[in-house]
Design a protein around this ligand. Structure first.
Ligand SMILES: NC(=O)c1ccc[n+]([C@@H]2O[C@H](COP(=O)([O-])OP(=O)(O)OC[C@H]3O[C@@H](n4cnc5c(N)ncnc54)[C@H](O)[C@@H]3O)[C@@H](O)[C@H]2O)c1
Length: 472
C-alpha cells in the first residue's frame, strides 16, 4: 500500500510539514506570487504521481548506496532507472550480477523483471520525476573532492525539467546542496523552489547490519524550502518506515557528519585506551564490558585494528575541513581521532612483531595469516580497510602473508601481493602467526583456537576461549 503523503498535516518529531497555508518558509512566498502558485501546482502533481506510483525515479550512482535505494524503489512500485557512469557496472547489472554485497543476484534479477533499468546514457533519464544523487565524495590529499557530485549534477541538469525533485544523498559538508548543486541545476534557467524542488537526505546504510536496513532506519530529509521538503519527504515516505524532517539542507548535511564523527571519536577513544591498558597490564575488554552495564550515559565501542570503509576515515575530515574554512579553527577532536585511528595498523604490527620476537622469530620470512580483509564484519567492502595497511606494513617487513575473507570474491586483487585463500585447519596450523582482523561470523572461533599456534585477536572474539596468543 502506498503511504499517504497528502491530507492532514503530519507531525514528524522535529518539523511540522505544511500542507497548505502559512509555513516556516512562507509557502506562497512573501506575497503569494505567481511563481509560488506555479510551484504549488507542480508540487501537487508530483505528490499525486508519487502516491499513484506513476513517478519515474532516477538513482544517479549505482554503488553501495545507490543500488540498494534503486532496489527499494522498484520494490515499492516506482519505475526506476539506475544511472551509472561505469559501463562495466551497467553491463553487470543488466546481466543480473550484483557487485554490492547486500544485494543478492536474485534480488537484482527480480528488480530487472519488475521495472528496474540500469543505464549509462543520461538521455534515458529524460522526463524523470525524482533524481537521487548517490555518488562518491572522497578526499583528495585531505581535502573534500566534490568532483563526482559536480559532474552528476551537470548530468542531471541536462535532463532536468519543471516539476521534478532532485535529492543529494552523498555525504558532504554543510552548504553543498545550496552552494554547489543548486547553481548547477539553475544554470538550466529553471529556478529551485519555483520550477523544481531540491533537497538533501543523508544515507545511513550500514552494510552487513542484519537488524537495521534501509527500510527500518529513520531517514533524515530536508529541502531548500517548504515545498522542496514536502517533495523529498513524500518520496522517501514511500520507501522507509519513518522520515525525520529537519529545517534546512545544512542541518541534514551536518547530521550525517555528526553521526560519523561521533563514532570515529569514540572508536579512537577506546583504541587509545587499549594501547594504554596493555602498558598498564589491564584487560581493556573486561573494563569495557563492565562499563557497558551502566544503563545510562555510556555507549559501548570496542577497539580494533583501525577504521575503514567509505565513511569513518573520510566523513569527519569533511567536517573538520568545513569548520576550518568557515571559522579558521581546527576541529581538534577530529584531528586527534584521525591520528589515533590511522596509527592503529602500526600498533597491531608492533604487537605482532613483539609476539613473534618473544618466540625467537623474525617478521621477515614469518608465515602470517590475516583473518578478514574487509573493513568490517559482514561486508565485502575493503575500501580504506585497516587490513590493507596491516598487510602493507607486514609485507614491508618481509612477512609471507595470506589473507582469508569469505566475503571477498576470489578475483579480488589484494595489495602487497597478499594472496586470498580459504581458511582451513591446515593453513592455520602452518602459520607462525594468525592475526584476526575482522569478526566475520563465518570464522569459526573454535577452529581458530584449536588449529593456530599463535593468534593476535584484534577484535576480542576469542576472549572467552583458550588459545595461545593475545587480544588487542
Ligand atoms: N558505503 C556506505 O556504507 C555509505 C554509507 C552512507 C553514506 N555513504 C555515502 O554515499 C555516497 C556514495 O557512496 P557509495 O559507497 O555508494 O560509493 P560507490 O563508490 O560504491 O558508488 C558510487 C557509484 O557512483 C558512480 N558514479 C560516479 N560518478 C558518477 C556520475 N557522475 N554519474 C553516475 N554515477 C557516477 C560510480 O561509478 C560508483 O558506481 C558517498 O558520499 C558516501 O560517503 C556511503
Amino acid at each position: 500500500m502506498p503511504k499517504a503523503t497528502r491530507g492532514a498535516p503530519k507531525r514528524h518529531g522535529l518539523w511540522r510539514i505544511p500542507c497548505r497555508g502559512p509555513a516556516p518558509f512562507g509557502r506562497l512566498g512573501a506575497s503569494g506570487t505567481v511563481a509560488s502558485l506555479v510551484s504549488a501546482s507542480l508540487l501537487d502533481s508530483l505528490l499525486a504521481k508519487l502516491d499513484e506510483r506513476a513517478a519515474t525515479v532516477a538513482i544517479v550512482g549505482q554503488g553501495y548506496v545507490g543500488l540498494p535505494v534503486a532496489m527499494r524503489c522498484v520494490e515499492v512500485g516506482h519505475r526506476t532507472l539506475g544511472y551509472e557512469v561505469d559501463a562495466r557496472r551497467v553491463a553487470m547489472l543488466r546481466a543480473g550480477h550484483s557487485y554490492v554485497g547486500d544485494i543478492p543476484d536474485d534480488q537484482l534479477r527480480a528488480a530487472l523483471a519488475g521495472g528496474y533499468t540500469p543505464t549509462d546514457q543520461i538521455g534515458d533519464l529524460a522526463g524523470f520525476d525524482v533524481a537521487v544523487i548517490s555518488v562518491p565524495t572522497p578526499l583528495a590529499e585531505g581535502i573534500p573532492d566534490l568532483s563526482f557530485v559536480e559532474s552528476a549534477s551537470h548530468a542531471v541538469a541536462r535532463v532536468l525539467r519543471a516539476g521534478s525533485v532532485v535529492i543529494l544523498e552523498s555525504t558532504t559538508y554543510p552548504g553543498t546542496t545550496d552552494e554547489l548543486v543548486r547553481p548547477i541545476l539553475e544554470s538550466t534557467g529553471l529556478r529551485a523552489g519555483e520550477d523544481f524542488f531540491l533537497g538533501y537526505s543523508p544515507e545511513r546504510i550500514d552494510p552487513g547490519n542484519a537488524m537495521f536496513g534501509f527500510v527500518n532506519t529513520p531517514k533524515v530529509v530536508s529541502g531548500i524550502d517548504a515545498d522542496s521538503l514536502r517533495a523529498v519527504d513524500a518520496f522517501f515516505s514511500t520507501l522507509v518506515d519513518k522520515t525525520v524532517p529537519v529545517k534546512s539542507c545544512r542541518e541534514a548535511e551536518l547530521v550525517k557528519l555528526l553521526e560519523n564523527t561521533f563514532r570515529h571519536v569514540n572508536i579512537a577513544l577506546v583504541n587509545e585506551l587499549a594501547m594504554f591498558a596493555d602498558d598498564l597490564g589491564v584487560d581493556i575488554w573486561n573494563a569495557i564490558d563492565a562499563a557497558s552495564t551502566k544503563p545510562f550515559g555510556y555507549m559501548r565501542f570496542t577497539p580494533g585494528p583501525g577504521v575503514g570503509g567509505h565513511c569513518l576515515p573520510i566523513d569527519p575530515s569533511y567536517l573538520s575541513w568545513s569548520v576550518k574554512r568557515r571559522s579558521g579553527h581546527p576541529f581538534r577532536f577530529v584531528e586527534l581521532a584521525n591520528d589515533v585511528n590511522e596509527h592503529m595498523p602500526e600498533y597491531v604490527v608492533r604487537r605482532a612483531q613483539r609476539m613473534l620476537n618473544d618466540r625467537g622469530l623474525a617478521v621477515r620470512g614469518a608465515r602470517i595469516v590475516l583473518l578478514g580483509f574487509a573493513y568490517k564484519a559482514g561486508t565485502s567492502d575493503w575500501r580504506e580497510s585497516p587490513s590493507v595497511a596491516v598487510a602493507d606494513l607486514l609485507a614491508e617487513l618481509g612477512a609471507d602473508i595470506v589473507a582469508c575473507d569469505p566475503y571477498l570474491p576470489a578475483s579480488a586483487e589484494l595489495p602487497a601481493q597478499t594472496e586470498l585463500v580459504e581458511v582451513t585447519a591446515e593453513l592455520l596450523a602452518a602459520a607462525d602467526l594468525v592475526v584476526l582482523l575482522v569478526d566475520h561470523p563465518e570464522f569459526d572461533p573454535d577452529l581458530v583456537c584449536r588449529s593456530s599456534r599463535l593468534v593476535l585477536d584484534t577484535k576480542g572474539v576469542l576472549r572467552s576461549r583458550e588459545f595461545v596468543g593475545e587480544t588487542l
